[in-house]
Design a protein around this ligand. Structure first.
Ligand SMILES: O=C(O)CCC(=O)C(=O)O
Length: 265
């Protein structure tokens, strides 16, 4: 039976929207280029000793990188996130740039995002936007329905170390890759400007980039729905906000300057 994007987002925890941001691709590519030339304090090179397998990432730069700022306030992304989440309001959490070079064999391990984050909300949504063509074999993948498992799996850095979260009920992620046949794994061939929207609890991972023609540039814009609050996870988070940890306790509302409500119509 045909499911709408909203039904798919709600039931599977992930949906793909074709061509949504094709008019924004150039602007976002400019943002990624600026980001690479002017990395922020959280810039990570996951493959420092393997330039042939390049994978780098950065986040929380939208306030200083004009193309990302313009995308947040001028594109329809916030409105679409709000519609998919069916929330009263929508606010930005942050943007996350993830770039794999041509022929990079560096995988993104399976994980879900909620346990990394010092926030929670009634509804959550990441909008992962590819800026290059991506074949199905190189594409990010999702475990359909995993946002409803009612689990928080231990956050683990993309290089393998676990985050230490004192007092949190978290368990290690099952071996998704080794038991792929037990899960309903979704993924799509993608064009620049398509978008994949997924819940912060939906388990996902990505293979290396098999293309020798294209890089695999992507930007994830992460949104929060209603009743978003701060969560002290008892240790470092990703992104990490040490200045907020000193000021806020679990359940406190989030500051508007860092996590703004986005006007919609
Ligand atoms: O781009 C990737 O390889 C992974 C993306 C991801 O984990 C995310 O956007 O949450």
């Amino acid at each position: 039976m045909f499911k709408t994007e909203q039904e798919m987002f709600s039931q599977d925890g992930v949906t793909v929207i074709r061509g949504l941001f094709k008019d924004w691709v150039e602007l976002l590519r400019q943002g990624v280029e600026i980001n690479e030339q002017q990395p922020g304090p959280s810039f990570r090179d996951y493959t420092p000793d393997q330039p042939q397998n390049r994978f780098w990432a950065d986040y929380c730069n939208w306030q200083r990188i004009q193309p990302f700022y313009d995308f947040v306030y001028q594109s329809p992304a916030g409105q679409i996130a709000k519609n998919l989440m069916q929330s009263r309001d929508v606010r930005l959490f942050h943007e996350h740039v993830l770039v794999k070079g041509r022929n990079s064999s560096k995988i993104t391990p399976w994980h879900h995002d909620a346990p990394y984050y010092p926030v929670s909300a009634k509804q959550t949504l990441s909008m992962w936007i590819p800026l290059d063509p991506i074949s199905r074999e190189s594409s990010i993948e999702f475990v359909a329905g995993s946002h409803r498992w009612n689990k928080h799996f231990k956050a683990q850095s993309f290089n393998g170390q676990y985050y230490e979260h004192q007092g949190m009920q978290e368990e290690p992620l099952p071996d998704i890759e080794g038991q792929r046949e037990q899960y309903n794994i979704l993924g799509w061939e993608l064009e620049p400007g398509d978008a994949i929207a997924f819940d912060y609890l939906t388990i996902h991972g990505a293979p290396g980039n098999l293309s020798n023609e294209h890089m695999r540039r992507a930007v994830s814009f992460r949104w929060l729905g209603d009743d978003a609050v701060y969560v002290n996870r008892g240790g470092k988070t990703s992104p990490d906000y040490p200045h907020l940890n000193a000021l806020l306790k679990t359940g406190d509302p989030l500051p508007q300057d860092e996590f703004p409500f986005i006007p919609t119509f």
